[in-house]
Design a protein around this ligand. Structure first.
Ligand code: HEM
Length: 532
């Protein structure tokens, strides 16, 4: 029958429904056009010594497909790995959100989670000192929700306008392709709000041991909206059941089975899942009533701050279990596409300026990196039905029938949602003010307090690690004395003891020596360690 094709299993499928597969649906090798290959060893030539003929379509197809095998890598978070599994609710939070998948203890939702490093390329080592990404796609019955977080609870900057400069400074020097500390110290010295983040990145938490022992944080502030339309600010947290684990620089040098330090974290995750040791992560929220948002000494929408757990206790919600590896790395890890703006009724964004810039950036880069119709790929498409008038575009493989590709229409009966709760992704807060390009009000900037408190709570080993990393960065021969002094000024405001220890370390004293001489203060009995 014209237009129909056999799917190889004896049943008939329309040609457009037949997705390409490498499953053994023919006993013969074929070209991508389905033509049987009679010789898969040699090019078509004139005589055995050539030349090669242009009419060898199979050769041209094979080489040209190969020439295009690499898609552009992610502009950040290029190095990563995905695993699949499910999320199960342990504590109902329907009083906070109308999102159906979070309501009802025992409710299960399919997920895919991609862990990553931020700064370097797609094949870079996994033992580097760097932030780790922790991004989860929840395939809910009401559409996809992406929670795109990191393993450090705060961020370097509080306005997404600065993100490209931040990433340029952290990346290798454009002149020599080497990552050099003086460059990010230079840039960040103009952004004292980054001091808090630096105490994490340069501290014990700067090199995560692997992905099974990884914490995750939504970092930005989001908004939950319940069925009555009431909004609550929220921060999201993942805690690995195995505990969080980190590595020292020395451990990172020789990590992994057979010293497979290049890919040790991918290896570890893949093998654990293949062996049935499924990693699990508990999911928590912290909440804040928007009526109290101006009562804190910091701005709760400023992602350079944590909400202290003593004041905003973690509330359990559920557990994620990763029990399946990807079937194909390119299809499900390279092409998986997350965005903090991909959300469902009951979960909204907030006015957090980093989050708002993120809302634009992800889908924009994905349309470039993967293609116009990236949302149709099986790993990205929702598992629930979807329907709209979006049309065409390169590589569109959606089967569409009918004559109405506009809305509304007298001929098509699809309606907007009768429940209307999807409007709960949009904040109900009133917004007013002049158009300005300004930082948040100075009295709420409070850039040093949380960094100082964190330093003062650290044990001796944690302080030693922090001073070791920071002083090594500042000792970069290309770090000018101006950059060094700008940072010493910042650290002085964070904690006088920390600044003194850094000066001593820069003068040639080993950080642990400085600690012994009391230059770091701290609790000599409390050595500090990974949280495992
Ligand atoms: C304004 C600030 C930011 C901008 C403009 C931005 C932009 C981007 C872009 C363009 C990508 C690549 C996406 C892709 O190619 O699929 C990305 C990836 C990512 N970003 Fe951000 N980002 C920002 C801040 C953050 C923050 C604060 C976090 C943590 C909460 C974060 C977490 C991630 C993660 C985890 C990924 C990797 C997602 C994956 O595994 O595919 N980003 N970001």
């Amino acid at each position: 029958m014209q237009g129909n094709a056999s799917n190889g299993n004896g049943s008939e499928a329309s040609a457009t429904q037949q997705l390409p597969t490498n499953k053994d649906n023919t006993p013969y090798l074929t070209t991508n056009q389905g033509t049987r290959v009679y010789n898969n060893d040699h090019s078509l030539t004139v005589g055995p010594r050539g030349p090669i003929l242009m009419e060898d379509f199979h050769l041209i197809e094979k080489l040209q497909q190969f020439d295009r095998e690499k898609t552009p890598e992610r502009v950040v978070h290029a190095r990563g790995v995905t695993a699949k599994g499910y999320f199960e609710v342990t504590h109902d939070i329907s009083h906070l959100t109308s999102a159906a998948f979070l309501n009802g203890v025992g409710s299960k939702t399919e997920v895919a989670t991609r862990f990553s490093l931020v700064t370097h390329g797609r094949d870079s080592p996994e033992g580097l000192r760097d932030v780790r990404g922790f991004a989860t796609k929840f395939y809910t019955s009401e559409g996809n929700w992406d929670l795109v977080g990191n393993n450090i609870p705060v961020f370097f900057i509080r306005d997404g306008f600065k993100f490209p400069d931040l990433v340029h400074a952290l990346r290798p020097n454009p002149a020599n392709n080497i990552q050099e500390a003086w460059r990010f110290l230079d840039f960040l010295s103009f952004h004292p709000e980054s001091a808090h983040m630096m105490t994490w990145l340069a501290g014990m938490e700067g090199i995560a041991a692997d992905y099974r022992h990884l914490e995750g944080y939504g970092v930005n502030t989001f908004t939950l909206v319940n069925a009555e339309g009431k909004s609550t600010y929220v921060k999201f947290h993942w805690r690995p059941k195995l505990g969080a684990k980190f590595m020292t620089d020395d451990e990172a040098q020789s990590t992994g089975e057979f010293q497979m330090r290049h890919s040790h974290a991918t290896h570890d995750l893949y093998n654990a899942i293949a062996d049935g040791n499924f990693p699990q992560y508990d999911f928590y929220i912290q909440t804040l009533d928007p009526k109290d948002e101006y009562t804190l000494e910091f701005d709760p929408l400023d992602c350079t701050k944590v909400w202290p757990e003593e004041d905003f206790p973690l509330q359990p919600v559920g557990t994620m279990t990763l029990d399946r590896n990807v079937d194909n790395f390119h299809n499900e890890s390279e092409q998986i596409a997350f965005s903090p703006a991909v959300t469902i009724g009951g979960i909204g964004l907030s006015n957090d300026k980093v989050l708002q810039s993120r809302a634009l950036s992800y889908a924009d880069t994905q349309r470039y990196r993967i293609g116009t119709n990236y949302q149709m790929l099986p790993i990205n498409a929702p598992k629930c039905p979807f329907h709209n008038s979006h049309e065409n575009g390169a590589m569109n493989f959606m089967e569409k029938t009918g004559q109405v590709n506009y809305w509304p229409s007298t001929l098509e009966s699809v309606e907007t949602s009768p429940e209307g709760k999807e409007a709960h992704t949009v904040s109900k807060q009133e917004v007013s003010g002049q158009r300005v390009k300004q930082d948040i009000p100075e009295e709420k900037q409070n850039d040093f307090k949380q960094a100082g408190e964190r330093f003062r709570k650290m044990g001796v080993r944690e302080r030693g690690q922090l001073v070791f990393t920071l002083s090594n960065w500042m000792a970069d021969p290309k770090c000018t004395s101006e950059i060094r002094h700008r940072w010493l000024d910042i650290w002085e405001q964070v904690d006088g003891g920390l600044a003194a220890a850094l000066k001593a370390a820069l003068a040639g004293q080993k950080p642990l020596q400085a600690i012994k001489e009391g230059k770091l203060g701290g609790h000599p009995d409390k050595m500090g360690a990974s949280k495992a």
